[in-house]
Each structure stands twice: as structure tokens, then as C-alpha cells.
Write a protein that binds this ligand. Structure first.
Ligand code: PMP
Ligand code: GLN
Length: 383
């Protein structure tokens, strides 16, 4: 393994899902729903397979039906217009979108500012692209993790090329506010930075929180690469259909990298996701309501079990602090939790460069059936 990747080892999601299997534990670690997305969309995939649509290489940028549906979704929901031919690119999940964007846009030595804790593929992809990551730490404050805008501004140097943003934010559940996004946008314009924004949890925002795409802010449309995922929005994480929307020059750049990573992926599923994107608003409302109820159930259960629970405004994750349980090392806690309670969780420290800043935090996923969450809570209360 080369020096760029040596520090990364095995992704925590593989490690913890394997632990869940080998110990027969409830897996609240890796974020995948235990209920598949809509039946009619699965049927659409079956039809595509059977009718021979997408069984051979689809077009490099993605099938036109899907690119059109992605553009229509961005316009309907956010008022963002995109030309499906030049401003939309279908990728093998958001994971490939992130990788291709960073590989395409970074020069060796460029600095990338990422919000810490950050999704684990960011660090690895920045490294593969020869970039340098500069984490800006979200700080716990009143049951949520917030961005210190002065810290963000201070992190920008002459070598900063790109801001890598994620909202709604995995693993903290933070949804950046209009004020925070305005400040990020102003900084990007002032310092002439590109922005890659991972908005895969765009449909999972709760209560008064609102998801506002960074691309909608003044001066951002031309400098922002926005990433979405059918895995998250329609509960088909195994299909690996994601996408990028951006200005033509940025999409062309990302496509240049993407064509040599997978070239294309998920042919028949692209047809099904094109249909999914035209589901009525009631689908998204029901999806969100279902997840909100699950968030409430697991948040309350974790609090009863003695965890300090941060408020999840978006995503399907809850971050907790284990110190009220007399614990301080999230890694040790997560490695023994399967034996002690038959539950698997993720230590947030893996998402930090400043490991000590993340040490006491542990993430639980609530995209699971109600009975599963209830059983997990019962087990955790016996800790
Ligand atoms: N970004 C974030 C913040 C995620 O949580 C995930 C899914 N775990 C991804 C990207 C990857 O999405 P996909 O499964 O579409 O590759
Ligand atoms: N995004 C999911 C999570 O954060 C897992 C994705 C993966 O396994 N790489 O848990």
C-alpha cells in the first residue's frame, strides 16, 4: 500500500458491520436502511432488467432519462436550473462523485478545508488526489455541533483550493443554517474557492431545520459541485446511483476523472431512479416523517440509557457523548459494546484528525425498523 493510503486501513463501516455479523449484534453502525425503498421503484428496476434497458454500458454521463429527472428535481425543489446534457453527471454513488470531483479539481499540494468530523472517504480521496486536508472542527454547543465561522475563515490560506462541505452532516446530524451557509458562500467568493458540497441527506431534515443547497447562494452556482444519492433519498444503498450537478466546466472536469474510475455503473437501476425522482412530494414527506419518529424513539432511548444525546436536525444518525456513562474512549466502547449489549455503533473519532476532540462521541444509525430500535434501546439500558 502506498504512502498516500497507508494511514487509512480498513474503513470503519466494514469493520463494524463484520463485528455485528460475527457477534449477532444489532447493527446501528453502518448507515443503511433495513427496509428497502418503494416497491414500485424496485418493479421499475425489474422491468428495466427484463426489457433489456441498461444491461449493457449506459452512456458515460448517465442515461438521459435520469439526467433529465435529476435536473427537474433540482428545479422543482430548489429553483436551480441545470442543462441535463452539460450540467448533470450520474456517478457510482455519491462515493464516486466525491472521488471524481477531488481527483479532477485538485492539484498536488492544494489544501482542502473539510468540516471535522468528516465522512471517512473525504480524507482518503483528498489523499489519493495528492491534496492536503485542513479540518475545521465542529464544536459541541447546546446539544448540537456548530461551525465556528472565524475558525473557518482563519483556515483559508493561499494554497486553499476547495471547501468540502456536508449538510445535513454525517455523523453529527447538524444542518447548516442560512446564516452559516451565507458566510461559507461569501468566503468562497471572496477567496475564489471551489466548493464541493455533499448533500446526500437533503431529504432528511426534521422539525424547523431546512436544507438549503449551497449552489443557491449568490456567486455559488458557477463554483459549486453538488452531490446527491439515490442510496440515501430512496433507500437503495446497494444500487450505487449518485449524481453531480454543477456548471458545465465543473461537470466536464468531474466527468474526465469519472470516466477512468468506473466509466459507468448501475445501468438498469438508473432507469428505476429516474422514476423515483418523479415520485410525488408525499413520498418524501412520508419518508421524512418515518425517520423523524425513529429519531425520536432512539434519541429518547439513548437518553434513558444514560448517554448525552445531541439533537439530530438532519441525516439518520445520532451522535452521543458517552462520558455520562463513565466512559471516555469511543473506540474502546464500540469494540466492547457488541459483547456487553449486543449493539454495534461507530466511534466518531474515526472522522477526526484531532482524534482527542472526537474521542467521547459515538454515532448510532436510526434507519432501522421500530422493533429493531426498541430492542436496541432495551439492550442499551442494561449497560
Ligand atoms: N456522503 C455521505 C455524507 C454519506 O453518509 C454517504 C453514505 N454513507 C456517502 C456520501 C456515500 O453515498 P453513496 O452510498 O451514494 O456512495
Ligand atoms: N454512509 C454510510 C455511513 O456513514 C456508510 C457507507 C459505507 O459503508 N461506506 O454509515
Amino acid at each position: 500500500l502506498n504512502r498516500r493510503l497507508a494511514e487509512f486501513g480498513t474503513t470503519i463501516f466494514a469493520e463494524m458491520s463484520a463485528l455485528a455479523l460475527s457477534t449477532g449484534s444489532i447493527n446501528l453502525g453502518q448507515g443503511f436502511p433495513d427496509t428497502d425503498g418503494p416497491e414500485e421503484i424496485r418493479e421499475a428496476a425489474v422491468r428495466a432488467l427484463r426489457d433489456g434497458r441498461g444491461n449493457q454500458y449506459p452512456p458515460g454521463p448517465g442515461i438521459p432519462e435520469l439526467r433529465t429527472a435529476i435536473a427537474a428535481h433540482q428545479e422543482r425543489r430548489y429553483g436551480l436550473t441545470h442543462d441535463p446534457d452539460t450540467e448533470v453527471l450520474v456517478t457510482a454513488g455519491a462515493t464516486e462523485a466525491i472521488a471524481a470531483a477531488l481527483l479532477a479539481l485538485l492539484e498536488p499540494g492544494d489544501e482542502v478545508i473539510a468540516l471535522e468530523p468528516y465522512y471517512d472517504s473525504y480524507a482518503a480521496c483528498i489523499a489519493m488526489a495528492g491534496g492536503t486536508r485542513v479540518p475545521v472542527t465542529l464544536r459541541p454547543s447546546e446539544r448540537s455541533f456548530r461551525l465556528d465561522l472565524d475558525e473557518l475563515r482563519d483556515a483559508v490560506t493561499d494554497r486553499t483550493r476547495l471547501l468540502l462541505i456536508n449538510t445535513p452532516h454525517n455523523p453529527t446530524g447538524t444542518v447548516l443554517t442560512r446564516e452559516e451557509l451565507t458566510a461559507i458562500a461569501e468566503l468562497a467568493v471572496e477567496r475564489d474557492l471551489l466548493v464541493v458540497t455533499d448533500e446526500v441527506y437533503e431529504h432528511l431534515v426534521f422539525d424547523e431545520a431546512e436544507h438549503i443547497p449551497l449552489a443557491t447562494f449568490p456567486g455559488m452556482r458557477e463554483r459549486t459541485v453538488t452531490i446527491g444519492s439515490a442510496g440515501k433519498s430512496f433507500s437503495f444503498t446497494g444500487w450505487k446511483v449518485g449524481w453531480v450537478t454543477a456548471a458545465p466546466a465543473l461537470v466536464a472536469a468531474v466527468r474526465s476523472a469519472k470516466q477512468f474510475l468506473t466509466y459507468v455503473a448501475s445501468g438498469p437501476f438508473q432507469y428505476a431512479v429516474a422514476e423515483a425522482l418523479t415520485l410525488p412530494g408525499t413520498y418524501f414527506t412520508a419518508f421524512r416523517e418515518d425517520m423523524r419518529a425513529k429519531r425520536d424513539l432512539l434519541s429518547a432511548g439513548l437518553a434513558q440509557a444514560g448517554f448525552e444525546v445531541f439533537r439530530t436536525a438532519g441525516t439518520y444518525f445520532i451522535t452521543t457523548d458517552i462520558r455520562p456513562l463513565g466512559e471516555s474512549d469511543g473506540f474502546a466502547f464500540c469494540r466492547t459494546l457488541p459483547e456487553r449489549a449486543g449493539v454495534v455503533a461507530i466511534p466518531n473519532a474515526v472522522f477526526y484528525d484531532h482524534r482527542e476532540a472526537g474521542a467521547p462521541f459515538v454515532r448510532f444509525a436510526f434507519c432501522k425498523q421500530t422493533e429493531v430500535l426498541e430492542e436496541a434501546v432495551k439492550r442499551l439500558r442494561s449497560l
